[in-house]
Design a protein around this ligand. Structure first.
Ligand code: HEC
Length: 136
């Protein structure tokens, strides 16, 4: 892969990330949709079906995880609390961190600032969404 093409991919993600902050403006206090959040914030790396094959994946040193096999890789149990912490990123679980954006901070800063409750609701919606797409 050539350097310009890597730069293009990163530029694309930066554009996606900076635009996505406005995607939920006007939603008020309605519960966030986990699948919509996923498409806006996660699909670029983890892929449209969460298989770890988003457009950014091949440009990354650490491969984005296949998010449909989290339960499989944890003896069939979906570890909601751990997944919450992994997405939040402000209190990283051992063995992770670095490659994943820190969504707890990102959501807090999005749209000119969100309350901690809104940040929590978004991450919880994402956790619930990921739970629904686990391979059994
Ligand atoms: C810039 C690319 C990128 C984006 C965007 C991204 N991730 Fe990740 N994610 C990664 C990488 C790379 C890893 C593997 C990190 C590691 O092993 O340290 C990862 C790991 C994870 C894991 C741990 C999976 C496991 O089985 O260990 C979860 C859960 C996760 N991401 C959820 C999300 C969610 C939810 C979003 C959207 C809010 C998101 N990611 C957005 C790159 C990304």
């Amino acid at each position: 892969m050539t350097l310009p093409s890597i730069a293009t991919r990163f530029a694309a993600v930066i554009i996606v990330l900076s635009c996505s902050g406005t995607a939920f403006a006007g939603q008020g206090s309605t519960a966030p949709s986990g699948s919509a959040l996923y498409v806006n914030y996660c699909g670029s790396c983890h892929g449209p079906q969460a298989k770890g094959d988003g457009p950014m994946a091949s440009a990354m040193k650490i491969t984005p995880a296949d998010l449909t096999t989290i339960a499989k890789r944890n003896s069939g149990k979906f570890p909601s609390d751990t997944v919450f912490r992994l997405i939040d990123g402000r209190n990283p679980a051992k063995g992770h961190g670095g490659a994943m954006p820190v969504w707890g901070d990102t959501f807090l800063r999005a749209q000119g600032g969100a309350s901690p409750d809104v940040v929590r609701a978004r991450i919880e919606a994402l956790v619930r969404y990921l739970e629904t797409i686990q391979q059994r």
